[in-house]
Design a protein around this ligand. Sequence first.
Ligand code: HEM
Length: 398
Amino acid sequence: MSASHIPGTTGAGAPATAAQRGPLPPYLPRWPVPGLVRILAPTGDRLWLVTRFALGRRVLADPGFSRAAAVAPPAPAVHPLRPDPSSLTSLDPPAHSRLRALVNRAFVPQAIAALEDGIRAEARGLLRRGGPRDLVRDYTMPLAAATICRILGVPEAERDRFAALADLGHALVPCTPQESEAARAELHKQFGRLIRLARREPGGHLLGALVRAHDEDRALSEAELIALVELLLNAGYETTIGQTGLAVLALLESSGEWRRLVADPGLIPGAVEELLRFAPVVPISFTRLARQDTELAGQPVRAGEAVLVSLLHANFDLPDDGCPGVLDVRRRTARHLSFGHGPHICLGARLARLQLRTALEELVAVCPGLSLDADPAALRWRPPEAIVRGPTALPVSW
Ligand code: HEM
């Protein structure tokens, strides 16, 4: 993967860091790019890719670009596997707004804030357990697993088994496609059980709130409720693991940004936004389909053509070219599209920010001397075709 995918890192600029270079989808264009590019997806389909911040926001928020039409054959697709058309991510308003309002009742700010102490205690416990040697195996994975178990009300005694199934189901550990499929089927059964448990013993967790909201409205079938819980795991687990790994890697590779956070942990909330901008775990948006003929960046886009946004490129499209290829934890304008924009903007953004901030705060406090114990160029990564990026191991000393 060439450094020239990243602006400000070619020619005389600093070489791109591994946090950015880690395998990206091969159809992403190299910098500099026009605002709109025609790409050839692995499916053989051709799609429009938006690479600018303002244009990306416009497409993601414009009802003229439909998600529902984008998941229905024969719409051009990036991945051969089409998403479930009844999933939250595949709906247009008003069906989307109704379902999203229901889920939002469980994701209110107070409910997310209430998770902080638990996440912090878990993070501290993991770091004090002899210290991490592989930051992914010993810290980012168990921390994300503990959080998702807490959210879904997985009983304490079952958490290790649930986490092991989630790791297999998302192929986060070495396994065959059959083992991964079997784990996903077992998880599916577990979701039904967790929903029944949440009805019997409504704890203070998000799943309990979701089940209550659902039962009051009778808005969904039981199968739809299970699909929603499955979406929370699919959208929230791997992303958090990948983003935390990318963030720590970016900090350790930079010339002094880790030391800056150690010297002034008050910089961490701002650093979280800059790290989301600099090394996004999800480099591209889902596709949208143009409902009618329109124009983007001066190019005609025809009704029925598919458009997606390179969140990575949009993040590097800073006003006044503010050195986007440089990680700067003190940056004041770390604007980004890493959580998307518009009606489908990441439902878990508040939770993801909380997890990333807490993970970094504890790491900085307990392991201030942290350093990478491997050649960044030799790190192992999730495969480039995976929707979610991230290193699969991060050897460290501290
Ligand atoms: C750093 C971590 C995360 C990143 C970078 C991320 C990124 C994204 C992005 C880019 C989208 C929108 C895609 C599009 O519109 O094309 C999205 C949607 C979504 N995310 Fe996240 N996500 C993260 C963590 C989470 C977490 C922790 C949860 C929940 C536990 C979550 C749940 C969702 C859901 C349910 C949607 C679909 C929303 C809808 O269609 O209305 N995400 N995420």
